[in-house]
Design a binder for this molecule. Structure first.
Ligand code: NAD
Length: 458
C-alpha cells in the first residue's frame, strides 16, 4: 500500500523544499527487478576488461561532476561542503577500486584425486541496496560498486529525505555507458519500496544500512527466503583515554570524533571513557574545544558542524537531552534543524542517553579506574561497530584493541572508514563486512566444479 505519492526533499539548514520526487510503488519495484534481471544477464556475459572499463568511466563521470554532487548533498542533507566533496570522491574512488577487482575476481584450483577441481565465483543476480540518509552517497556506493563489479545488477533505494544525489549518480552511470537497467535508483518509503525489494523473489541479496530496529525486521523477512543479507546498523562507540596517553591530543580530538556530520554517524565516539586520574584535566581541555565548535551554514567552508537531517531527528535528540545541558556549544536560532554540540558529565552508564544511539551531537563522558574497568565499560553495550584507544603503551593498545568487541578500532586516532579496508560490526551493529580487499566476494556465490580426468570405462 502506497502511503505517499511523492517525497518533498527539504534543505535541513533552511527548511525550504529543494525538490519533489515521485515515490516508488511495489509495482515500480517489480518492473525495476524485471529490467535489472535482463540487464544483469547481459552484464555478466560482458568481458571483464569491458566491465572494468565501464566502471572506470562511471568513476570519471563522478569526478567530472564532483562539485555538483557535493553542492547537491549540502542542500539535501545539510552536509558541510568539504565533507560532501570527500563523500563524492569516496564514490569515485570506490568505483575505481572495484573496477580493479573485476579482472582479479578469481576462483581456486584445489587438488583432488581423479580430476580437476575448480571454484567459480558467480554473480548473485539482482542486488537491492537500501541506504540511509546520514551518508547518502558513500553508503550507496559501498553496496553498489562492488556488486556491479562482481557482475550483478543493483536497485538502490535511497532514504526518503535524501534521494537527490542517488538519482544523479544513476544518470551519471548511464552517461558513462553502463547498460540501461543495470543500476536503477528508486526513491520511496521504506515500508513500501524498501519492503518490496526485501520481499521480491527476484532480488537475490539485500544490503541494508540503517537502524538496528529496521535491520532486524529485514533480517527476519530475508530468513523466509534465505535471502543473502549484509547489515550495517547502529553504534555507541567508546573513545577510551588512558592516563598514560597524550591527554591533550586525546581531548582535542574528542569533539570532532562525535560531532562530525552533526553526530549522525554510526561510528561516532559517543561514550568517552577517561581514566579517573586524568579525568579533570581532560575536561579542562575538552570543554573550551566543544564550546568553540563553529555551528552554522554548511555551505560556508569555515563551518565545523551543520544541522540535523530533519525535524524528526531533532525531536529524537531532544527526547534524550535538553539543549544547554552539560558542556555545550552554540547553534543558530530560527529555521533549520539545529542542536548545539553537547558533552554530558555525571551520567549513569545505563541511562538511555549513555546506552542508546542518539544520532545527534551528543556524547557522555564517564570515568574508569583501570584497564579491566575500561574494557568492561567499553563492552557493556549491545553494539560493536567501532572505537578508539588512546595510550602510549603499545602492549596496552594491542590488548585493549583485542578485548573490545567491535569491528573497527583505531589507536591514538579516530580514523574510521577507508574503502580498501574492511568495515562492519560485531553484535547488533551488523552482519557481514563491506569494503576492503574482499568486498566483491560478498556479491558472489561460490560454485565448486569437479571435472573427472578418468577416461571412459574400457
Ligand atoms: P531507518 O532504519 O528507518 O531507515 C534506513 C533506510 O531503511 C531508509 O532508506 C528507509 O527508507 C529504509 N526502511 C525503513 N523501513 C523499512 C522497511 N520496513 N523495509 C525496508 N526498508 C526500510 O532509519 P531512520 O528512521 O532513517 O533513522 C532512525 C535511526 O536509525 C537513527 O536515529 C539512527 O539511530 C539509526 N540510523 C543508523 C544509521 C547507520 O548508519 N547505522 C543510519 C541511519 C539511521
Amino acid at each position: 500500500m502506497l502511503k505517499v505519492q511523492k517525497l518533498d526533499v527539504l534543505n535541513p539548514a533552511t527548511e525550504e523544499i529543494v525538490a519533489t520526487v515521485p515515490a516508488a510503488t511495489a509495482q515500480d519495484v517489480d518492473a525495476a527487478v524485471t529490467r535489472a534481471a535482463r540487464a544483469q544477464e547481459q552484464w555478466a556475459a560482458t568481458a571483464p576488461a569491458d566491465r572494468a572499463r565501464l566502471l572506470r568511466r562511471f568513476a570519471a563521470q563522478v569526478d567530472d561532476h564532483l562539485e555538483e554532487l557535493a553542492r547537491l548533498e549540502v542542500r539535501e542533507a545539510g552536509h558541510l561542503v568539504g565533507n560532501a566533496r570527500w563523500e563524492a570522491g569516496n564514490v569515485r574512488d570506490l568505483l575505481d577500486f572495484s573496477a580493479g577487482g573485476v579482472e582479479r575476481l578469481s576462483g581456486r584450483q584445489i587438488p583432488v584425486p581423479g580430476g580437476l577441481n575448480v571454484t567459480l565465483l558467480e554473480p548473485l543476480g539482482v542486488v537491492g541496496v537500501i541506504a540511509p540518509w546520514n551518508f547518502p552517497m558513500p553508503i550507496a556506493a559501498w553496496g553498489t560498486a562492488p556488486a556491479l563489479a562482481a557482475g550483478n545488477a543493483v536497485i538502490l533505494k535511497p532514504a526518503e529525505t535524501t534521494p537527490l544525489t542517488a538519482l544523479r549518480l544513476a544518470e551519471l552511470a548511464l552517461a558513462a555507458g553502463l547498460p540501461e537497467g543495470l543500476f536503477q535508483v528508486l526513491p520511496g518509503e521504506g515500508a513500501v519500496a524498501g519492503d518490496a525489494l526485501v520481499e521480491h523473489p527476484g532480488v537475490a541479496k539485500i544490503v541494508f544500512t540503517g537502524s538496528t530496529r529496521v535491520g532486524k525486521q529485514i533480517m527476519a523477512k530475508c530468513a523466509d527466503r534465505v535471502k543473502r543479507l549484509t547489515l550495517e546498523l547502529g553504534g555507541k562507540s567508546p573513545n577510551i583515554v588512558f592516563a598514560d596517553a597524550d591527554v591533550e591530543a586525546a581531548a582535542l580530538a574528542t569533539p570532532m570524533s562525535y560531532l562530525d556530520n552533526s553526530g549522525q554517524d554510526c561510528c561516532a565516539r559517543t561514550r568517552v571513557l577517561v581514566q579517573r586520574s586524568v579525568y579533570d584535566r581532560f575536561l579542562e581541555i575538552v570543554a573550551p574545544a566543544i564550546e568553540s565548535v563553529v555551528v552554522g551554514d554548511p555551505a560556508d567552508e569555515k563551518t565545523q558542524m551543520g544541522p540535523l537531517i530533519s525535524r524528526a531527528q531533532l525531536d529524537r535528540v531532544r527526547s534524550y537531552v535538553t539543549p544547554g545541558d552539560g558542556i555545550h556549544g552554540t547553534a543558530p536560532e530560527g529555521p533549520g534543524f539545529w542542536f548545539p554540540p553537547t558533552l554530558l558529565t555525571d551520567v549513569d552508564p545505563d541511562a538511555p542517553v549513555a546506552a542508546e544511539e542518539v544520532f545527534g551531537p551528543v556524547a557522555v563522558v564517564i570515568p574508569f579506574e583501570d584497564e579491566a574497568d575500561a574494557v568492561r565499560l567499553a563492552n557493556a553495550t549491545e553494539y560493536g561497530l567501532s572505537g578508539s584507544v588512546w595510550t602510549r603503551d603499545v602492549g596496552r593498545a594491542l590488548r585493549v584493541s583485542q578485548a573490545v568487541k567491535a569491528g573497527n578500532l583505531s589507536v591514538n586516532s579516530h580514523s574510521s572508514v577507508r574503502y580498501w579496508t574492511p568495515f562492519g560490526g560485531y553484535k547488533q551493529s551488523g552482519l557481514g563486512r563491506e569494503l576492503g580487499p574482499d568486498a566483491l566476494h560478498a556479491f558472489t556465490e561460490t560454485k565448486n566444479v569437479f571435472i573427472s580426468t578418468e577416461g571412459p570405462a574400457q
